[in-house]
Design a protein around this ligand. Sequence first.
Ligand code: GLN
Length: 198
Amino acid sequence: MKIGVLAMQGAFAEHVAMLRRIGAEAVEVRRAEQIEGLAGLIIPGGESTTMLKLADIYRLNEAIKHHAKKGLPIWGTCAGAILLADEVTNAGSNMPVGLGLMRMSVRRNAFGRQVDSFEVKLTVDGLDGEPFPAVFIRAPIIESALPPAEVLTRLGNGTIVAVRQDNLLATSFHPELSMDDRFHRYFIKMAVEYLARH
Ligand code: GLN
C-alpha cells in the first residue's frame, strides 16, 4: 500500500518520514501519473499560493480532483487544507483558485503575528487516548464547515481546526511535526478502507 505525499514545496519530507516510521510505504509525488495506484495522498503545509501555482504547472490539480472524486483518501495539512477548501475568505487577487473539494471556508494566516506559531493539546474525534499535541505555524482557521464535512476538533474558543468529509481530511495544524503518529495512523486506516473497496 503506497501513500503519496505531494512534493512540490513545503513540509513534505516530514510526512514521508512519519509514514515510514510507522511502517507505511511513502512516495514523493511530483507528476500526475504517480497518483494512479496510490491508496492515499497527503498535501503538506507550505505556501498555498506557491503550491497551487506549481501543482497547476505540473497538471497535478486536475489529477488530484479527479482521484478525490473517485474516493481516494486525501489529507491536507495547513497550506494543504487551504488547497482543499471550496472557499478562502481572504484569498486576495493573486491567490490562484484552489481545488474546491471540501465544503468549508478557510482564512489564511488567521492567528496574526504574535501567535503565528504555537502548540496546543486537542481532543480529536476518532483519535483515542490523550489529547493530540497540535502544532500551528502561520496556520489557517476553518471559519465554517457544512455537511457532509464534519468537524473533528476545535480550539478552546470554538475555532474549527480539523474537518473530515468522507474521503477527505483537513487539519489546520501539522501532525507530521509532533512525535505523535495517531493522525497518520488515522489516515492509513482511511487508506486501508479505500483499498478494501477498490
Ligand atoms: N501561511 C501558509 C499559507 O497561507 C500556510 C502555512 C503552513 O502551511 N504552515 O499558505
